[in-house]
Design a protein around this ligand. Structure first.
Ligand SMILES: CC(C)(COP(=O)(O)OP(=O)(O)OC[C@H]1O[C@@H](n2cnc3c(N)ncnc32)[C@H](O)[C@@H]1OP(=O)(O)O)[C@@H](O)C(=O)NCCC(=O)NCCS
Length: 258
C-alpha cells in the first residue's frame, strides 16, 4: 500500500504540478487556470497551499487565501482539486481536514468558499460531510467558465465553515455522515410564492449535474434562474443551507432559519 503524505507545498515545482491537477479536475482552458505565481504569492502572504502526495506524486491540493472583510480572522478557500483517477478515495475530506487543523493552529476559526449548488458531489462534501453552511447565492460569480461547466452561468453558493462549531468538530471526528433523508420528505418545499411560516424547508435542485450542462443547457439555465430566485428569498429571510439529501424526485437542500 503506497504511503500518502499530506503537507504544505515546499517548492515552486509543486505549485506548477497543482496547475496540472486543476486542469485535469476542471478541464478548464489555460486562461481560466489560477497561475502558479498567484498561488505562490498568496501563500507567501499568509495563505495555505497543501497537497496529498503519494511517492512524491501530487494527487490533490487545497489552496486558501487570507480574507480581510469578514470582521474576524478568516481564510477564503479558493481551490480544492483531486486528480479524476484518484477521486472518491477520501482525499478531498483529508485535504479539508488538513486545512481546518492548519487554520486553527494559525488562530483562524472561519473559512469561506464558493461551490456550484447543482453539483451533488460537492454539496455532499461541503454540507453533509464538512458541515459548512451556505449563506448566500452569487449568480454568475465567475462569468462563463467552460470546462465541466460548459456555457451555463457560474452561479455559486457561498459557504461558511465555522471551525470551532461543535457540529463541525463532531463531523471532523465522525467516520460516517449523519443521515438526513428520512426527514427531508416531510419538509415543506420552498417556492417562488409566499414563504411558509416555518423554520425548516427543503429546496429541490436538478440531479445529473454536470452532465446536464452539456445535454440540456437551456433547461439548466431556466432551473438556475428559478433556483437562484428562491434561494435569494430564503437567505434574505434568514435561512441557511444546513443539509442535503436525495429523494426519488431528485436531490434537495435543507434550510434552517437562523
Ligand atoms: C470535489 C472533489 C475535490 C472531491 O474530492 P474526492 O477526493 O473525490 O472526495 P472524497 O473521496 O474525499 O469524498 C468526499 C465526500 O464527497 C462526496 N462525494 C465524493 N464523491 C461523490 C460522488 N461521486 N457522488 C456523491 N457524493 C460524492 C461524499 O459525501 C464523500 O464523502 P463520503 O465518501 O464519506 O460519503 C473532487 O471530486 C474534485 O476535484 N472535483 C473537481 C474540482 C471541484 O469541483 N472542486 C470544488 C470542490 S468544492
Amino acid at each position: 500500500m503506497k504511503k500518502l503524505h499530506l503537507r504544505e507545498f515546499e517548492s515552486p515545482k509543486e505549485f506548477h504540478e497543482a496547475v496540472d491537477v486543476a486542469k485535469a479536475a476542471w478541464r478548464f482552458s489555460d486562461r481560466l487556470l489560477s497561475p502558479a505565481s498567484d498561488m505562490i504569492a498568496a501563500t507567501h502572504a499568509g495563505g495555505l497551499t497543501a497537497g496529498a502526495f503519494e511517492e512524491g506524486r501530487l494527487l490533490g491540493y487545497v489552496h486558501g487565501i487570507p480574507r480581510t472583510n469578514m470582521g474576524v480572522p478568516c481564510q477564503h478557500s479558493h481551490l480544492l482539486a483531486v486528480l479524476p483517477e484518484t477521486q472518491g478515495r477520501g482525499l478531498g475530506i483529508l485535504l479539508k481536514q488538513f486545512q481546518r487543523t492548519w487554520c486553527l493552529e494559525h488562530g483562524i476559526q472561519l473559512v469561506t468558499w464558493t461551490y456550484d449548488p447543482f453539483l451533488l458531489k460537492n454539496a455532499n462534501l461541503n454540507i453533509k460531510r464538512l458541515r459548512a453552511v451556505a449563506v448566500r447565492i452569487l449568480p454568475n460569480f465567475y462569468g462563463p467558465m467552460g470546462g465541466i461547466y460548459h456555457d451555463v452561468p457560474s452561479d455559486r453558493f457561498e459557504v461558511l465553515w465555522r471551525l470551532d462549531d461543535p457540529i463541525v468538530e463532531r463531523a471532523a471526528q465522525a467516520k460516517d455522515p449523519e443521515r438526513q433523508e428520512e426527514e427531508l420528505v416531510t419538509l415543506p418545499i420552498a417556492t417562488l410564492g409566499r414563504l411558509p411560516n416555518v423554520t425548516r424547508v427543503r429546496l429541490p435542485f436538478p440531479g445529473g449535474a454536470p452532465e446536464i450542462y452539456r445535454t440540456d443547457a437551456e433547461g439548466t439555465i431556466k432551473a438556475r434562474k428559478r433556483f437562484a430566485a428562491i434561494a435569494t428569498k430564503l437567505f434574505e429571510a434568514g435561512f441557511e443551507v444546513t443539509g442535503v439529501g436525495e429523494l426519488k424526485t431528485g436531490p434537495a437542500y435543507v434550510l434552517d432559519k437562523r
